[in-house]
Design a protein around this ligand. Structure first.
Ligand code: ACM
Length: 296
């Protein structure tokens, strides 16, 4: 058996506040994906609006609806004439609140919206966190989504893997939050390494579309990557400053087989949830933290 899927990630620089220009750029990448027979394209986090807002007014002005907004509608028009599906990061307006969301769009329009669970730093000023992790069946396989900082919480990708997701689309805006080292000698940033660990732990494909450029003194890291189910990249990492369009052919039957690590081991079946109390029992809230014991 073979289930070949052509996956692409686009790395470029959206511009904060420029919804018209950002939409045009997203459409150009989607047109390229459709022309190159890509089954699943991933675009960066907040590709519709840019990332570093200076005010609530700017965040509000650049927000769009996840089903009828202009970037989703424009990308749906590109997908409509092809077999290409697209995941795009948007600043989502939903009633009186906003979410940092990823919308999965297919030839018949938007299919699912994922709202970032783990908001990073100032994102907490602009967005409300989501509460669900959809896994969506597409003609070629089951797809889940997480966004950037979600990767640092391994439960999110694990939950999607347990729900049967085979490809995790990761719109991202990786930033340098540790000053000691940003890239290693091979050109990986920590986001790549966390994505590689997620793939290796779960036997899933991780398709990470990062952005480049600088917004209001925040520099984004590039390094977009597509990781195979064995944990090793199948495309990328892209450079730290270059526009890039990474494409990889992946056989999802081979990916599924990576879950069986040895004849006697399976990444999902060998789990020991009976012993994972520390993960399944909520952590105490800071106010009820146990006092540090004093020396007798
Ligand atoms: C991030 O979550 N965009 C760093």
């Amino acid at each position: 058996m073979s289930r070949q899927v052509r996956i692409a990630v686009a790395q470029y620089a959206p511009h904060v506040g420029d919804v018209v220009g950002n939409r045009a750029a997203a459409v150009r990448w989607a047109q390229r994906a459709a022309a190159e027979g890509v089954d699943l394209l991933v675009l960066p986090e907040l590709a519709s609006s840019g990332y570093v807002f200076e005010s609530d007014e700017e965040a509000a002005r650049t927000a769009e609806d996840a089903s009828t907004g202009e970037i989703v509608t424009a990308l749906a028009d590109v997908c409509a004439g092809s077999a290409t599906h697209c995941v795009v990061g948007i600043n989502e307006r939903s009633g009186r609140v906003r979410h940092n969301s990823a919308v999965l769009i297919g030839p018949h329009g938007p299919l699912a919206t994922y709202r970032k669970l783990h908001l990073f730093n100032d994102e907490q000023s602009w967005f409300e966190p989501g509460g669900e992790l959809p896994a969506v069946d597409l003609p070629f396989g089951r797809v889940g989504m997480v966004i950037c900082f979600d990767l640092w919480f391994p439960e999110a990708v694990r939950a999607l893997a347990l729900a049967g997701a085979e490809i995790i689309a990761v719109p991202t805006n990786w930033v340098a939050s540790f000053r000691r080292q940003v890239y290693d000698a091979a050109g990986y940033c920590v986001g790549d390494i966390v994505a590689m660990a997620s793939a290796a732990q779960n036997g899933v494909v991780m398709a990470c579309a990062d952005r480049i450029g600088v917004e209001r003194e925040v520099r984004f890291l590039g390094c977009s990557v597509i990781v195979g189910g064995d944990g090793w990249p199948v495309a990328g990492p892209a450079g730290p400053d270059e526009e890039a369009f990474l494409v990889a052919e992946v056989d999802l039957d081979v990916v599924a087989a990576t879950k069986r690590r040895t004849p006697r081991n399976h990444l999902i079946e060998d789990r020991r949830p009976d012993s994972y109390n520390a993960v399944v029992i909520p952590a105490p809230r800071p106010s009820s933290a146990v006092p540090t014991p004093t020396a007798p």
